[in-house]
Design a protein around this ligand. Sequence first.
Ligand code: ADP
Ligand code: MG
Length: 190
Amino acid sequence: MTNKIRLENLTYCYSDKKAVDNITLSLHSGKFLTILGPSGCGKTTALKLIGGYLSPTKGSIFIDNIDITLTDACSRKIGMVFQNYALFPHLSARKNIAFPLEIRNHSKTECEKKIDAISELIGLTQKELERKPSELSGGQQQRVALARALVFEPHLLLLDEPLANLDRVLKTKLRNEIRKFRPYRCYGPR
Ligand code: ADP
Ligand code: MG
């Protein structure tokens, strides 16, 4: 089994504050890793480093043994669901999900096909796709964020506190769905 992702001495400082301190780990393809720790210990910062939203102060990130430390977020093939979902409030759910495809220059027909496929998989109806985030429930917004993170067929999916802000019933449902989820099962092996 090959290492899908490897972090080497990953460190990040916000000015004088060290938020991520020398993480070294590797994860095999098809596996889940949960980072558990108290508020402020650096979980979100570590995910943002892996996703390419922050550049490490020190250390390296490898995917499939290729050093992607300096690769921009858009070229990393990593999907991320942010804790607060970070949906574009002025765009419909459909347009939110289209965003990662549009910045990667997919054709309009291809975008529509991929959006419809992922929405069906995630359980978003055509009616919900036409609504803005403010017109959707918390659970539906989370599905839009998940669809947006998956639509461009990422090699790695990052979920920041995926069960926060959900009621008990939704929490149990999503926990089971996450357990079943494998990116390569949806899109074929890579
Ligand atoms: P967690 O997700 O585990 O709660 P974070 O990664 O959000 O932790 O934060 C780690 C540390 O970095 C905390 O002490 C937090 O206050 C600090 N921090 C987070 N974001 C910033 C920022 N933009 N500027 C300065 N400090 C920050
Ligand atoms: Mg956090």
